[in-house]
Design a protein around this ligand. Structure first.
Ligand code: CA
Length: 231
């Protein structure tokens, strides 16, 4: 297996170099960009496996960059981890709303960052299952990592795909946010329970176009359930 390529988008040289050094030591290939423009140029050139995006960049915010990458069909599947200063913690939800797959708060240790990168790559990677699961109008192809309705693929980001895959393989059961965090985020990352709601909202939005968003049900005071039955 060839080394994964990580693009670091960070204008502060000391932090960028520290990250690049740590990633290379951990066996990753590294590309560096100091602003959004360089980041776009780098991505047009090379196929990265993951992007680290600093929140504050000189030409536009990391949030805008993340949003535009998640809008572009060529980069939509590209996992993104946002880097942010503690002062911007409150903006965590808007970071995830923009499409970021995870979030790391500065100051972070290289070890923590690398653990997060591995977790995100694992989540977005091939699971190696050859299985078709059908539920209601939805068809899950685990090998193809694709969920479709009729002839149409449901457009999903990596986290929403994993969430829907989990729901489709565990239907008619109530899962608390805590349980979903464990099952979907592996419990080893610092994800807040509110994060679940952000991804559920995005998943419903994707399903709404096909009129099946009602399958993702909120169970008051408990969590979520994936079911075709109405209460
Ligand atoms: Ca910065």
């Amino acid at each position: 297996m060839s080394a994964k390529l990580i693009l670091i988008v960070e204008d502060e040289p000391a932090i960028r170099q520290m990250i690049a050094f740590a990633l290379r030591r951990a066996g990753f290939d590294v590309l560096e960009a100091v602003d959004c423009e360089q980041a776009r140029a780098a991505l047009a050139d090379r196929r990265a496996d993951l992007v680290l995006v600093d929140w504050m960049l000189p030409d536009a915010s990391g949030l805008e960059l993340t949003r535009s990458l998640k809008r572009d069909r060529h980069t939509r599947e590209l996992p993104i981890i946002m880097l942010t200063a503690r002062a911007e913690e409150g903006d965590k939800v808007s970071g995830l709303d923009s499409g970021a797959d995870d979030y790391v708060t500065k100051p972070f240790s290289p070890r923590e960052l690398i653990a997060r990168i591995h977790a995100v790559l694992r989540r977005s990677g091939t699971i190696g299952l050859d299985h078709i699961v059908e539920f209601d109008a939805l068809k899950l192809d685990q090998q193809g990592q694709r969920i479709s309705i009729g002839e149409q693929t449901v457009p999903l980001g990596p986290t929403e795909y994993r969430m829907l895959e989990f729901f489709m393989t565990h239907p008619d059961r109530v899962f608390s946010r805590d349980q979903l965090l464990d099952r979907l985020w592996g419990g080893n990352v610092y994800v807040e329970e509110r994060t679940i709601d952000v991804h559920v909202r995005r998943l419903r939005k994707a399903l709404e176009k096909f009129g099946v968003d009602g399958l993702v049900q909120t169970v008051r005071g408990s969590g979520y359930r994936f079911s075709a039955k109405a209460d």
